[in-house]
Design a protein around this ligand. Sequence first.
Ligand SMILES: Cc1ncc(COP(=O)(O)O)c(C=O)c1O
Ligand SMILES: N[C@@H](CCCC[NH3+])C(=O)O
Length: 416
Amino acid sequence: MDFFQYQQDSLRAEDVPVSDIAAQYGTPTYIYSRATLERHWRAFDEAFSGMPHLVCYAVKANSNLAVLNVLARLGSGFDIVSGGELARVLAAGGKAERTVFSGVGKTTDEIEYALEQNIRCFNVESESELQRISEVASRLGKSAPISIRVNPDVDAQTHPYISTGLKENKFGIAIESAPDVYQAAAQLPGLNVVGVDCHIGSQLTTVAPFVDALHRVLALIDRLAELDIQIKHLDIGGGLGIRYKDETPPSPAEYAAAMRDVLTDRNLEIFLEPGRAIAGNAGILLTRVEYIKTTEAHRFAIIDAAMNDLLRPALYQSWMEIVPAKLRSDLVAEIYDVVGPVCETGDFLGKQRELKIAEGDLLAIRSAGAYGFTMSSNYNSRPRAAEVMVDGAELHLVRERESIASLYAGERVLQD
Ligand SMILES: Cc1ncc(COP(=O)(O)O)c(C=O)c1O
Ligand SMILES: N[C@@H](CCCC[NH3+])C(=O)O
């Protein structure tokens, strides 16, 4: 459920016609709905009510300060993967004490920064990283709270690029070697072993892989207790999928129910790291049809958004729903390949879409709130899109469209 619906024949973001947003801020523009973000965050929070838990929104999905701020006001925690993401969380009013630090390549500078800010926990992904955090914490006279991210070797049944819990993936430590690594961690100075972490992949559409992974991780926690290592929290990661086309992912409540069934009588605080399920359907990308071009093979709708604005179709061949901002009855439907202006054959947003459109019309690419703007680039020297947030009838510009001058502001030519 989201708040991008048609009223009569015009698409609205909450109470604002998206055509008004195009008139005010131009296109391409990302539009976020505050009500949808809040609703989705609360769905997770309420689904785990009655057991100690912390919803740590995965910042990589959408890191706009306004998005983070809306969630911080609800009391959200955050899952970060860089010093840059931590700086964003803090700038948006989030708390380091409610933030966990994931990722396979944390640098010394990032570890120092996170320790100075009193990060809630490092999700450690290798033995070398354990050593590094121990050294940095000891040097700073700090104790670093750590979890080890274990790789339970379960198949998340998702796109191979976003599956992370298999033995062949670069993430985490094999669950069989985890007891030894935990014992080593318990001996290292400057470390405080507090948790276990597990994230098996993204855009999962069934609960079975989550449940499977949970059983394996709980068995590890039992083994650790036998070794006198007491685990206080379990981070079950993110990964719950959303509907882009015809997927039927479990709701946060169904996901939580399945996890709760397995977690009964466990004295553990549960951390969650949902990204897509909170932000995905809270955003659309608004774009305009520049040209319609008919060749022998295809009819193309060439739009002013491209793979640099929204990479998912080009990178994963993802299907994103594309709808007109105004439903027209004066045109016949045609089949279009919806493509951007970037000089790559892979620059498409959707293929073989039936649409009633003409040049100049506005289109909305739905479910673009997660891994949309955050994965955008300046390829082909294209300024990145503006971002706006709608709150009822109010419209807020939350990131200006980039200027062309800003694209090369940090560059220098040789002096001779
Ligand atoms: C460690 C970690 N946590 C959380 C997430 C968020 O995943 P999702 O957006 O699928 O909920 C990811 C991305 O897959 C991740 O790598
Ligand atoms: N970027 C991916 C998800 C990757 C998840 C990051 N761990 C997507 O757009 O679907």
